[in-house]
Design a protein around this ligand. Structure first.
Ligand code: 3HC
Length: 700
């Protein structure tokens, strides 16, 4: 008898219960248990109807993703679902929590589906680089028609129980109560009314009418625009189309072939890595899960500019009250107006109601006085990058804030320990680095200082979750994880243009890899003056940073999108970068001044120099313990900089390219290009020598 799937009878209903925490994923044990319990139910002459129900927080949330990439152990899920569908006795699936992927497919193999109104259903396989491979692409369109099925399967988005009811996916929704009792009552009715099996496979009417429909090509065309680099969504369309063209059994066979293609694709491996990396990142090595978390119910934010305003919105969205502080009323009014405009535009798109707008605005209270921070639980400073200013602010916070308040800086590069030294409570000081636009980007890089207490670390990690961010804990150094690597890439990209490449060529190579924008389009978005100011500060501090053509842009007031001219030019009201001959001329002038004879640079060299310089820096970051694991770096880049998740993050990508190949190129660039950025990381050298990967460091 299986321990994770049990069978018992209640009256005329045979109950199959799955209990496999945390999410009842369809591991080998669960699949075998489902088959065994079904056989018991079939043999039980007193059971007229069977009920499938789950214990714990959710119905089955899908195939067990941890089994992907390993040899499949029989029974396969598709066979299990077919067995359920072939049952002589009708089966009712009772859904609470989420019925996802293989979980929904199992429910579709049952004859009736009931759900709590709080439940959600979906086929999110596409987000893992897959398509539903246990009949979902053949059964769902038989219930909903192809359009709804395509929407659900190509986006992977969940739908609410009410929407699922309206779409014909489930048969009955209950407002609340115990899902087992609700399922039993429904199954009892089926028994009393002597309803027989009602197999989804036999419902051919809707899809028969859709054979040869234009809708499939329309979906393909839309996907080509939206996600041309992705593999799985196109296979999803092929599979649903097959449902309209082939008899059920052959359709299942086609689905299986397409599923295998997806399973074998590198994109699937990258996306599954990203899924687990995101969850692992929340578990910080060395920080006990039992560490107490401080209560945070009010927040103070210093600076109502783009960053401070975006940060305030995150907290208001989560129902947390915010004091937003500025030095002048005018700046405060401007900041609040921008926040309101952002909310209004979200409401216009129908994503929140007008009431939500007002509620959230009411949670953000403007202030000109630090005195309002006396009782807040957390303060986040979001002023410009100037150590002197930040230290002065933290000194003031130390004087006004209550004991136990967390004092955080949103600095993107500066030393947290030095900031903390301006207070008498460095254990309460931490970095909380948000990414622009702060109300949209999902990354929160939490930076631990040398004295930050465990309680503060645990609190900021848990806060990340509360405000819908992906938190990663990193160590303190110039630029932390994300910007330290980005600045290396930026310097290399700039040097490539010094030597003969064009900015558009560099950007095209990076977008070709799957980045949403290239290095220079990104500089224009962030502001050319930002990088310029950082370089000047570092030059002042004695670092040897050679002059480059980007300095010229800043000095001539080409500050990026905000001045409609930076590396590119911009039409009024447009964010589309347009190459500008004036910039080509400035680059040429710079080369002449420096005596550089431009050479033709290949796309391969651009890719290797831009990416390998980041990987080398990433390896140094690991070596120094600034990032705990390679997966933390991957998460930072996926959620903070739009690294394509289907490539799994830069360190995962590097493992796929091969660390030996990368090290050989790094040594080559060390000899030809030079500079400390090309000094090979000792860790990288060790891994290559031992034949190991960055992934091997994830196992802590
Ligand atoms: N397999 C294995 N483990 C899973 C899992 C799955 N399908 N889904 C979640 N988990 C694990 C997580 O890794 C996490 O483990 P941890 O505690 O050790 O880190 C734990 O369950 C809880 O997950 P979350 O932290 O994500 O919990 P939430 O409550 O925030 O979310 C969820 C729950 C909505 C179920 C979310 O985990 C989720 O979206 N899971 C993936 C669902 C999915 O993609 N299913 C399709 C799988 S592919 C498939 O079914 C193929 C089939 O067609 C053949």
């Amino acid at each position: 008898m299986s321990e994770v799937v049990t069978y018992n009878r209640e009256g005329s209903v045979g109950v199959i219960t799955v209990s496999y925490p945390p999410v009842n994923a369809l591991s080998h044990e669960v699949r075998s248990g489902l088959v065994a319990a079904l056989e018991q139910g079939q043999k039980d002459s007193d059971a007229q109807v069977l009920l499938l129900v789950c214990e714990g927080r959710t119905f089955i949330a899908g195939a067990d993703i941890r089994e992907f990439g390993k040899p499949m152990q029989e029974p396969g899920l598709a066979a299990v679902v077919n067995q359920y569908e072939s049952s002589d006795k009708p089966i009712v699936a009772a859904i609470h929590g989420t019925a996802l992927g293989g979980g929904l497919e199992t429910a579709l193999g049952c004859d009736y589906r009931v759900a709590l109104s709080s439940a959600r259903v979906g086929l999110p396989e596409v987000k893992l680089g897959l398509l539903p491979g246990a009949g979902g692409t053949q059964r769902l369109p038989r219930l909903t028609g192809s359009k709804k099925a395509l929407e659900m399967i190509t986006t992977g988005e969940f739908v609410s129980a009410d929407d699922a009811l309206a779409a014909g996916i489930i048969d009955s929704v209950d407002q609340g109560g115990d899902i087992r009792a609700i399922g039993l009552a429904f199954a009892d009715r089926v028994a009393k009314e002597q309803r027989g099996p009602r197999r989804v496979r036999d419902l051919d009417d809707r899809i028969a009418a859709e054979k040869g429909s234009q809708i499939f090509d329309e979906f393909r065309a839309a996907l080509k625009k939206k996600s041309p680099n992705l593999f799985a969504p196109f296979k999803c369309v092929d599979a649903v189309e097959a449902a309209t063209q082939l008899p059920f059994e052959q359709g299942l066979k086609r689905e299986r072939e397409l599923f295998s293609e997806c399973m074998d694709s590198p994109q699937r491996a990258g996306l599954v890595h990203a899924f687990f990396a995101e969850r692992e990142a929340s578990k910080v090595p060395g920080l006990s899960r039992e560490t107490p978390v401080r209560d945070v119910s009010s927040v103070g934010i210093i600076g109502a500019g783009t960053m401070g305003g975006g940060i305030a919105m995150n907290f208001a969205n989560a129902g947390i009250a915010v004091f937003l502080l500025e030095q002048k009323q005018e700046a405060l009014d401007k900041g609040l107006a921008v926040i309101r405009r952002n909310y209004e535009s979200t409401a216009k798109k129908g994503r929140i109601s007008q009431d939500d707008v007002e509620e959230r605005m009411a949670l953000i209270r403007p202030t000109l006085s630090y005195d309002d921070f006396a009782d807040v639980d957390l303060v986040i400073e979001a002023v410009f990058e100037d150590m002197g200013v930040k230290k002065q602010i933290f000194g003031q916070l130390d004087a006004v804030c209550k004991p136990g308040a967390i004092l955080a800086s949103n600095t993107s590069t500066l030393d947290i320990d030095e900031i903390a030294s301006a207070t008498k409570r460095p254990e309460d000081v931490v970095g909380m680095h948000f990414f622009s636009p702060a109300n949209v980007m999902k990354l929160l890089e939490n930076v631990r200082g040398s004295k930050t207490s465990d309680e503060v670390k645990a609190t900021v990690m848990s806060l990340a979750k509360r405000i819908g961010k992906v938190g990663v804990m990193v160590g303190n150094c110039y630029g932390f994880v994300g910007n330290r690597m980005l600045h290396r890439r930026g310097a290399e990209a700039t040097a490539l243009v010094n030597e003969g490449a064009t900015p558009q060529q560099v950007d095209k190579v990076l977008t070709g890899l799957g980045f949403p924008m290239g290095q220079f389009a990104m500089s224009d978005l962030a502001g050319i003056d930002v990088g310029y100011r950082i370089r000047q500060e570092r030059r002042k501090a004695g670092e040897s940073i050679p002059p480059n053509w980007m300095d010229k842009l800043a000095e001539e007031g080409r500050l990026g999108q905000k001045t409609q001219a930076g590396v590119y030019k911009y039409e009024e009201g447009s964010r589309k970068p347009v190459p500008d001959p004036a910039v080509d001329a400035m680059i040429e002038e710079f080369r002449q001044e420096q005596g550089i004879a431009p050479r033709s640079i290949s796309d391969d060299e651009i890719l290797e120099r831009c990416m390998y310089v980041m990987i080398n820096e990433g390896a140094k970051i690991l070596e120094e313990g600034i990032a705990n694991r390679a997966l933390d770096i991957d998460v930072v880049w996926i959620y903070g900089y739009g690294f394509p998740s289907y490539r799994g993050g830069p360190m995962f990508w590097a493992d796929q390219v091969g660390l030996d190949k990368i090290l050989t190129s790094i040594r080559n660039f060390q000899a030809t290009v030079g500079g400390d950025q090309w000094q090979p990381s000792a860790l990288l050298e060790r891994l290559v020598k031992e034949g190991k990967s960055f992934a091997s460091l994830n196992r802590t």
